[in-house]
Design a protein. Structure first.
Length: 164
């Protein structure tokens, strides 16, 4: 596969944005329905890294083919030891292990930050993401029925969780 995972830098945000916006427009991987701007993605990166949260990129043959991160699950203080992860892979790099390469390193990073659990909100029809999270030790913790309206239909969301 030849994928290197490293910490992202601001200069990576254009490629990260391209991967994210493709998911926005073509998949249920995100509940966003409008593409983001580069300025918005750079602000997201700056905010996330200033808070001490990781942003990782997967590089293959010199190209960014995916990214992952985690951040606050919820703003209320009682949730401060739970983080929510995100993993996005470019369309032409799916199903070759990039997602696993991006999700696995988030687990020890969350442990180093003394988090207690990691959660993921995953579209219930996204078998690839459910399988990825399962391989990395996540279990279904709940189902939100018809929680997302996108592409003119209601979609269920699974709450997946890994205890640390």
């Amino acid at each position: 596969m030849g994928v290197e995972v490293r910490k992202a830098v601001r200069e990576d945000m254009s490629a990260v944005l391209d991967i994210y916006n493709h998911a926005v427009l073509n998949t249920m991987a995100t509940a966003d329905i409008e593409p983001q701007s580069l300025e918005t993605r750079i602000a997201w990166f700056d905010e996330r890294t200033a808070a001490g949260f990781p942003v990782l990129v997967a590089v293959q043959s010199g190209n960014i083919v995916g990214w992952s991160s985690f951040g606050k699950f919820h703003s209320r203080p009682g949730y401060r030891f739970t983080v929510e992860n995100s993993v996005y892979v470019a369309p032409n790099s799916r199903r070759i292990g990039v997602g696993t390469a991006l999700l696995q390193p988030l687990i020890p990073l969350a442990e180093e930050m003394q988090m207690h659990s990691i959660v993921a909100l995953v579209d219930a029809s996204n078998a690839a993401s459910i399988s990825l999270h399962s391989r990395c030790g996540f279990h279904e913790a709940g189902r939100l029925q018809q929680a997302v309206f996108k592409f003119n239909r209601w979609n269920d969301v699974l709450l997946l969780q890994r205890m640390l």
